[in-house]
Design a protein around this ligand. Structure first.
Ligand SMILES: [Fe+2]
Ligand SMILES: [Fe+2]
Length: 295
């Protein structure tokens, strides 16, 4: 295993763009409504369609390097929020520096994805704090702009410091993780107690935990669960890790599940008209967010 500070550019950024991870999630969890209505059901991956090599390599790196210790280092570094500070709307421009130059015609920028998610939530009449979740949920991807490898920003998240569920995508790659053969971490519960609650569990490091910590003083509890666990597919889609949950987690799960389809299935090639939407969102941001965000 190459030391993490000696990785090559290809090991830091195995994907052509972050969207490749999201496209793969969408193939794993296709929209039930499009399956019912579209004649192109065959286009969805069944078990014979291979995952792109870049995505495979991405998960190999993610599962190899996201150790308990790695997560502690990232938390200590990023949760100080001493990197940058800027007005809310500048933060979206900052996030948008993450451009995908591999396929400029088909991929929308980060802000469009956030706006499509929040607009789909708003159209269904959900509370305004959930619209806020839609708008902010991927803000943590700015970690890439601070030099973090793609596999420490996106990817399905999973608890570190305890045994791995084999329902986490590509579980075979966990055998490369040093924690896999470390007796402190490789039992079912590892460093945790049965039923300790997810709040006491450290997740693999990425944009979910980072944006949760950024927003935790500003949004209600169900919103915070949506932010913090939106990529924890092994929990909200596969029902794994029940032995770590407490009653509060079980209560909050419905909110995490409610949010997920808006994230996955709201993508639309037509960008929303920001100029029309701006007044609504400015008011919403004034209601919930501080004037400046800290990174
Ligand atoms: Fe996300
Ligand atoms: Fe998203």
């Amino acid at each position: 295993m190459t030391p993490v500070n000696k990785l090559t550019e290809a090991e830091i950024n195995p994907l052509q763009s972050l969207d490749e991870w999201e496209d793969d999630v969408l193939e794993r969890y296709p929209d039930p409504e499009s399956i019912a209505t579209s004649k192109k059901t065959d286009e969805y991956r069944n078990y014979e369609t291979p995952v792109r090599d870049t995505v495979r390599e991405f998960y190999r790196l993610n599962h190899t390097y996201q150790t308990y210790e790695f997560v502690q280092e990232k938390r200590a570094n990023y949760l100080k929020f001493d990197k940058k500070e800027m007005p809310v709307w500048d933060a979206f421009q900052f996030l948008n520096q993450l451009v995908d130059d591999s396929d400029p015609d088909t991929d929308l920028d980060q802000f469009q994805h956030l706006l499509q998610t929040s607009e789909a939530i708003r159209a269904d009449g959900h509370p305004d704090w959930m619209v806020m979740v839609g708008l902010m949920h991927d803000m943590g991807k700015v970690l890439c702009l601070f030099g973090e490898p793609q596999w420490a920003v996106v990817g399905d998240t999973f608890p570190v410091g305890c045994g791995y569920s084999n329902k986490v995508v590509f579980p075979e790659f966990f055998a490369n993780n040093p924690d896999y053969s470390d007796s402190r971490y490789n039992t079912k519960l590892g460093v945790y107690k049965e039923g300790c609650g997810l709040r006491n569990v450290d997740m693999s490091w990425g944009h979910d935990e980072y944006v949760y910590q950024m927003m935790k003083d500003y949004l209600p509890e169900p919103a915070l669960y949506m932010l913090r666990y939106h990529s924890f597919y092994a929990w909200h889609r596969e029902g794994e890790y029940s032995y770590l949950l407490d009653d509060h987690d079980r209560e909050m799960l419905k909110w995490v599940k409610l949010f997920n389809p808006y994230d996955l299935y709201s993508k639309n090639p037509t960008p929303p008209d920001w100029n029309k939407l701006r007044p609504y969102y400015q008011e919403l941001a004034n209601k919930y967010l501080p004037e400046r965000l800290k990174f």
